[in-house]
Design a protein around this ligand. Sequence first.
Ligand code: BYC
Length: 357
Amino acid sequence: MYGNDFVPAETPGTAAPAPLDAEVEPGLEDFWRIVREDGRIEPRDVMPEDYRASLIRQIAQHAHSEIIGMQPEGAWISRAPSLRRKAILMAKVQDEAGHGLYLYAAAETLGVDRAELLDQLHSGRQKYSSIFNYPTLTWADIGTIGWLVDGAAIVNQVPLCRCSYGPYARAMIRVCKEESFHQRQGFEALHTLTHGSPAQKEMAQDAVNRWWWPSLMMFGPHDSGAAAGQGHTAKSMAWGVKRFSNDDLRQRFVDMTAPQAEALGLTLPDPDLRWNEQRGHYDFGEIDFTELFEVIRGNGPCNAERMAHRRRAHEEGAWVREAALAYAEKQAQKQAGKQAQSPVQQDAERRTPERVA
Ligand code: BYC
């Protein structure tokens, strides 16, 4: 009922990617052959410069979203209503840090440095998802984030498991497995509230009223119908990075979520939401994209707070990064020293009990 599991490989909208121009630039024949055959481009492969740049943009934005996404939920760890909920939330927030780690590592395979990407986030030159600029006002917001935000994330990210860039696709497989747990725990937390006292149910409804439209905005601006061709979708689909348009994924999310809301006994705050027998999909109301663009521009309710917290955490974590680097250097020197030793010397060292310096 509420699963968001992997979609079948062949789903409408996943036509084989193809070069945008009929003419293939010399030297890129292998790139396009691999993309067309639905293979994976690996870091050593020749790739178009705009493919590399666009992947860095998307993967970095994704990584930043994961680590900024720790903030609205982290704020509730100390206030979770039971030890069980606290343990679950701590594990979830740690998972988000892990996702950031996989994604920064995937971006680094494209030749950028993680520190440089963080600099770009801190200076506002790179973005993170709009959704994390809304406040978490009550405990029900945590369940709602799991159900709606992680739910939207899975719908968006499962197709990325088949993206043409190998390191990103492989990172996404791990991320999606964990997101699936996150979505289910959110649904379960909300189910508990909607089957609790009237005040708890009201709290759940209020949270869903606030998070529904921002969750739909997560999928990005319109990029099908009249708006097709704007933004990055057309190129990304030709490269096999994006497999579906933002609008198709948003529709999939609405179709999946509307029956789940009914199962929870909650109303989605859209008077135009209704099943359309002819289309075989739910119809839904107009999204206020002015709000999305304002939030992206930095004018959402929590943009300033999120960035201030992130910069502070980065500055306060400087000593940890320095210590980790010093340790890594020491280990590398030790390793290099060992390799320079003869096998007899190495054996003697292994047998000598370690001395505390
Ligand atoms: N927020 O042509 P478009 C998570 C920008 S983590 C901000 O459609 P694209 C989670 C877009 O960047 C969730 N900006 O672009 C974590 C572009 O601007 P630039 C994050 C947005 O890249 C912790 C412009 O609008 N998920 O779920 O083809 C706890 C035009 O857009 C947004 C990912 O990052 C937005 N919502 O498609 C819990 C998934 N939407 O760059 C949960 C990977 C659009 O030209 N990313 N923009 O200045 C993607 O799939 C794609 O990048 C997007 C946008 C669908 C987001």
